[in-house]
Design a protein around this ligand. Sequence first.
Ligand SMILES: Nc1ncnc2c1ncn2[C@@H]1O[C@H](COP(=O)(O)OP(=O)(O)OP(=O)(O)O)[C@@H](O)[C@H]1O
Ligand SMILES: [Mg+2]
Length: 291
Amino acid sequence: MTEGQTTANQPQDEQEERAVLTVEHLVKQYPQAQSPVLNDISFQVPKGKVFVVLGPSGSGKSTLLRTIAGLEPIQGGRILLDGQVVETGHPLGKHGGGPGGLMSGSRSSDLRTRIGMVFQSYDLFPNRTVLDNVTLAPVLVQKRKRDQARQEALELLDRVGLADRRDAWPSQLSGGQRQRVAICRALILHPEIMLFDEVTAALDPEMVREVLQVILELADQGLTMMIVTHEMAFARGIADHIVLLDGGTLVEQSDDPEAFFTHPATDRAQRFLSTFTYERRRDQDQDQESR
Ligand SMILES: Nc1ncnc2c1ncn2[C@@H]1O[C@H](COP(=O)(O)OP(=O)(O)OP(=O)(O)O)[C@@H](O)[C@H]1O
Ligand SMILES: [Mg+2]
């Protein structure tokens, strides 16, 4: 994904320099936990780029996205959106309470809508139609005109191939269709960055493809994204920058995804990637047997 990514009329290097998201020395610790879940995490996501986060189960990927989205307080470091500090860490008190144990509550609704997030479980409102699911937040939170929101929602649904399902209820959709509605619902708020947390993990293989295709198209259109995925071929195809999270720390960062997948720099990354290959070592076994 190197061509066709430039948005507006800005020169490409100017875009590359501008970080939409900056995370500095982030520490996340749950109250009563012995050690932090995320420890001294720092990185930047430049405008128009796709930042992929890989890592084994429990390494802190979802927690990282949730802190960035403002759904969890942080206990150290800070998070900046477009150069503006949106979250600052406060250490936990002695008994896990104190300011660090609380949501800062400082994010305005304006700020919250600047970061879009889609989760693994499609959390659509079950008692609203597809179209209403998409138009609710722009009308209620952003106070946009209903007609204008409706128009944009229809355009978005068309883009993801669901224009004809606008009056359906979420229960009448497949998992892949619901995820595409969830993506529209986030996009209509015009976020500066979209966070995707294993959005295809609960889907059948054919539906995985239709959802990943939508995300690939968003990348081509220059949307800035942070993606957590276990789909290695997809990660390899879409990433501009890739990181491996393990035990709450970033053990490898690369802005050359091809190199990361073919020649990872760390043993940890090599071991992680090897869990995705299935090779029977027949020749070696035979060699050993014949000895
Ligand atoms: N609310 C919570 N309270 C205490 N500990 C938590 C909480 N949520 C997550 N954790 C712990 O934080 C660690 C990281 O969890 P997280 O869900 O971020 O991992 P993950 O990398 O997303 O894993 P997976 O690939 O399985 O989704 C885990 O050890 C988990 O048990
Ligand atoms: Mg997770």
